[in-house]
Design a protein around this ligand. Sequence first.
Ligand code: CA
Length: 357
Amino acid sequence: MKRRDFIKQASVGAVASASIAAPAIVSAKTKIKWKMVTTWPKNFPVLGTGANQLAKLITEMSDGRIKVKVYGAGELIPAFEVFDAVSRGTAQIGHGSAYYWKGKIEEAQFFSTVPFGMNAQEMNAWLYYGGGMELWRESYEPFGIVPAAAGNTTVQMAGWFNKEINSTNDLKGLKMRIPGLGGEVLKRAGGVPVNLPGGELFTSLKSGVIDATEWVGPYNDLAFGLHKAAKYYYYPGWHEPGTTLEAIINKKALDALPKDLKIIVDNACKVVNQNMSLEFTAKNNAALDTLVNKHKVDVRKLPDDVLIKLKELSHDVVTELAAKNKAAQKIYDSYNKFYQQVSAWHEISENIYFNIR
Ligand code: CA
């Protein structure tokens, strides 16, 4: 510890106890090196590049006092070991999404997305101003991890189908790559959810191993060439209405930072959280235009009765998840209360405006 910091610490309490109790705060000139591990392949469009942007922002806003180096999935550790690596301090920061850790913390899925749940704007409002963030921190605390919202995919697409969906009967036996809670919903509708990594989607769909797949939205889907493997592109992405991406930070590493660097890390996450939503919005609309006008993709809406059925089943799946344990119930209660209120407000604001403009 530098002398000036020591004196500052000492002035607020007894000299002896301050020198023992003061945390290992790094001085203004110390260079800190952070490793960032991500669940995305290196430089993956928007998701991976968003993680790169977060690292760059922290590095540049701190004038190099924290240098963050990004590792793509598999470079330092496999994609699904990001949480553990940050928890034990192998890496100081990670970028991914909370539903990847459902094997460890089932209720973490509420901090990612739930079928027919809140969109990006509503999720952020709940997290920042509706008590969501406090619950999220509580949830990760036993693992020595501090979470922050750091991106959002916005509403995704229902996906690419080689079978027409005209009624709920068409969901029966449908082999679809759809992970997580959405997959559970499809299963209850009589479908067969399949979990496949992104890299296998194109060939599995093209060769008929699966009948359908969801991925992200027009921008990422176009990049994968999914329009060359399926006949129909259905909307809306009922299963992922606004998936929150997260930055997870090792608590000890964060606690060791002086106040100004803590503020920088927090605000860099907020900037990236906003930017990724905007980038998805800008690039999705451009890509949709390309898919429709250049590639003549058949874009279709899922029939209303299919959506109503999926919504009913989603309600069952989500309330069952909430009933699993006390923490899950507490998060669900907070989420649901906010969801009901914000829906009433958006009904007479965003919704009516969207329909009339
Ligand atoms: Ca998806």
